[in-house]
Ligand binder design. Structure first.
Ligand code: FAD
Length: 355
């Protein structure tokens, strides 16, 4: 274990993937950590709590994102060793591209040193490619077993003497000047650094402004004659007739999950998610699904989940909102897989502050 230059007290609001991994990295760096969540830890209501999430390493034409996500992937591998638990399914991620773009995508990968391979649609017969497209396989990408990650991190933190994990503690206020967190029961907790990682609910506590999105996901059991094929299938995006659908393959106890950008919508609040009927969105997804022969698959569950994007750039965000307060208000499409980057940045901030 690394000894901190100067041990500090870090308070983390939110026990999702961002909060838990940041707590792990801060504890490893020798700091004292308190994790607060309004529910259990892990919390089934958090946006991290799902069977799986995809990790991509290659972003065409974005060398910085590729470098960062390659580093994040490396950290995920190390976390498997730290937690002594399998967290990943290294099956790769295939993205459908128009054939005329394939050479440019391959050239971009070569320039960045990313490992990719072109895949013909006939090699992935249960995936529905848009007309005129072929796949580019991001070899080092794959699937993160999300629920397992949360449980493994929570277990590790529970056994660490410098970490105080406090479930059922709702945070109602953040005092940026004093670095103090106010709780619903009237108590307050002081900190050298506060990270607000409350997922799509972060905006209720601190800025900056974000756009809230809701997306419907459908969990499927594949027909018996395809089960073996799915065991080694990659995650996939850019699918369906409109090129907007994606699929996360089943394996290690998880179901096949499908969704589409076509069923992602901007909403005003997370509050009315339970009342909203999902049937029209499932119907829309079924119009351009990512898998062939959808009617042969059995629907096991349907859920809706929220995420937030930076109101200015549409991307993810980590922002310093007061001298001692950092916020992860926006956590879009790569919000789970990029959690090690947020954790690493917070540890760097503590080190820079102590220097
Ligand atoms: C449909 C969909 C698909 C996605 N797919 C992917 C993917 O394939 N790959 C990927 O990398 N990412 C993906 N994401 C994004 C990813 O799931 C999220 O960005 C990530 O899980 C956010 O984690 P978090 O820890 O920041 O927030 P959360 O997991 O939401 O955790 C926030 C926690 O804060 C707690 N909290 C909230 N308010 C308070 C309060 N006032 N007081 C105390 N506690 C509070 C909540 O109870 C919760 O436990 C997807 C998101 C969606 C919606």
């Amino acid at each position: 274990m690394r000894a901190a230059v100067s041990a500090q007290h870090v308070v983390i609001v939110g026990g999702g993937v961002t909060g838990l991994l940041t707590a792990v990295e801060c504890a490893l760096a020798g700091h004292r950590v308190t994790v607060l969540d309004r529910g259990p830890i892990p919390n089934p209501q958090s946006s991290s709590f799902d069977q799986h999430r995809v990790i991509r390493t290659f972003s065409p034409d974005d060398a910085d994102a590729t470098r960062k996500m390659t580093a994040a992937h490396r950290r995920w591998q190390e976390l498997e060793t730290l937690f002594a638990t399998r967290l990943r399914r290294p099956v790769g991620v295939v993205t459908a591209w128009p054939r005329e773009r394939l050479d440019a995508v391959a050239a971009s990968a070569a320039e960045m040193g990313a490992r990719v391979r072109t895949v013909e649609p006939r090699a992935l017969p249960h995936l529905e490619f848009p007309a005129g497209s072929a796949g580019v396989l991001d070899v080092d990408a794959g699937v993160l077993l999300a629920e397992r990650v949360l449980h493994a991190a929570a277990r590790w933190l529970a056994g660490h003497a410098a970490v105080n994990v406090r479930p059922y503690r709702e945070v109602t206020a953040i005092d940026g000047d004093r670095g103090e967190v106010g709780l619903a029961d009237g108590a307050s907790v002081g900190a050298d650094l506060v990270l607000v990682a409350a997922g799509p609910w972060t905006r209720d506590l601190v800025g900056p402004p974000v756009v809230l999105h809701r997306q419907t996901m459908v969990y499927l059991r594949p027909p018996q004659d395809t089960v073996r094929w799915w065991e080694s299938a990659p995650a996939a995006g850019g699918l369906g007739a409109d090129g907007r659908a994606w699929a996360v393959p089943p394996g290690h106890g998880t179901l096949l999950k499908i969704s589409s950008d076509a069923v992602c919508r901007a909403v005003d609040t997370t509050g009315d998610g339970d009342e909203e009927g999902q049937a029209p969105w499932v119907e829309r997804l079924a119009q351009a699904p990512p898998v062939s022969g959808l009617d042969r698959y059995t629907v096991a569950a349907i859920t809706a989940c929220h995420y937030a994007t930076d109101a200015d750039t549409g991307g993810a965000l980590l922002a310093r909102v007061a001298p001692a307060v950092w916020s992860r208000p926006a956590c879009g499409g790569s919000g789970f897989s990029s959690a090690p980057l947020v954790a690493g940045r917070i540890v760097d901030v503590l080190r820079e502050g102590a220097a």
